[in-house]
Design a binder for this molecule. Structure first.
Ligand code: F3S
Length: 280
């Protein structure tokens, strides 16, 4: 008897899911033009789909023609800084705020402190830029032990980019401990990635064959594939239905499915449907 099981946390995280839903709802309800500030997700298929629904990607509010009226701009799950909201208000642009609630919580934290904020994360990442934009005085961004070594300030208020590894935070904290810095740490790492990896690991350990679905360039899908392969040697990285190992699938009974953070639900469903066709 064939069995196809899907990992519990496969595909979009809660924050991205709600951003896409808000964008689609805005497109349905609005008669004016809709833009998203940056891509809602790094997946061409989703971006193309949203474009067909009338949502274009912009990188700055300046790209919106002056005479356009009834414009709405979607803020993606990474969030934006305070200045962005002020600029939109000045330009009379309605915002659809799809900032992930976990990220919005970090904005509140940093906006409520007078202390020196340290953001542990990648200084170029849009989420980190957004968090910086809510700090009362310029934040310091660190991503490694050597960055932390350079921090001269004391009495620190630490937050983390939601997607960094725990190890990065502990490395930074160990430097501050060595230097006897006083700090308050808010571990704002999101559990979505860890949960996705754990459910992939557990399913792989209990499957004859694993299919990991995601884009070839998606680093989190590559990581999932590695985890899967460690626990089930018979693991395959699949971008779409054309990559399915049909012969192998026919031979196996307990098949598991995992998917990366930017893999849309429609791709996962298509793969499962195609697999059900060939394995039944
Ligand atoms: Fe996703 Fe929000 Fe976590 S966007 S990764 S649920 S912080």
């Amino acid at each position: 008897m064939k069995e196809i099981r899907r990992a519990e946390n496969a595909g979009f995280c809660f924050g991205v899911k709600q951003a896409i839903e808000k964008a689609e709802k805005a497109a349905e309800e609005s008669s004016g033009k809709i833009y998203s500030m940056g891509s809602l997700i790094h997946n061409e298929r989703v971006t193309e789909d949203l474009k067909k629904k009338g949502i274009d990607v912009i990188e700055s509010l300046d790209e919106i023609p002056d005479l356009e009226e009834g414009v709405k701009v979607i803020i993606r799950s990474h969030g934006e800084g305070k200045v962005f909201y002020e600029e939109a208000e000045l330009k009379n642009i309605e915002l659809v705020d799809a900032t992930c609630p976990f990220v919005a919580k970090i904005h509140k934290l940093v906006n409520n402190t007078e202390k020196q904020v340290i953001i542990v994360g990648d200084e170029k990442h849009p989420e980190v830029l957004g968090i910086s934009g809510w700090c009362r005085k310029p934040a310091i961004v660190v991503s490694s032990r050597s960055d932390a070594e350079k921090v001269e300030e004391d009495d620190l208020f630490i937050v983390t980019q939601t997607t960094i590894r725990e190890k990065t935070l502990s490395d930074v904290l160990s430097v501050f401990d060595e230097k006897n810095k006083s700090y308050q740490v808010n571990n704002t790492i999101c559990s979505a990635t860890a949960k996705r990896q754990k459910s992939c690991e557990e399913l792989a350990a209990d499957s004859d064959l694993m299919i990991v679905i995601g884009g070839r360039h998606s680093s989190n899908t590559k990581k999932l594939y590695e985890i899967s392969k460690k626990n089930c040697a018979n693991s395959y990285f699949v971008e779409n239905i054309d990559d399915l190992p049909l012969k192998e699938l026919k031979k196996c009974n307990r098949i598991g499915i995992a998917a990366g953070a930017s893999t849309p639900e429609c791709t996962i469903k298509e793969v499962i449907a195609r697999m059900s066709d060939v394995t039944l």
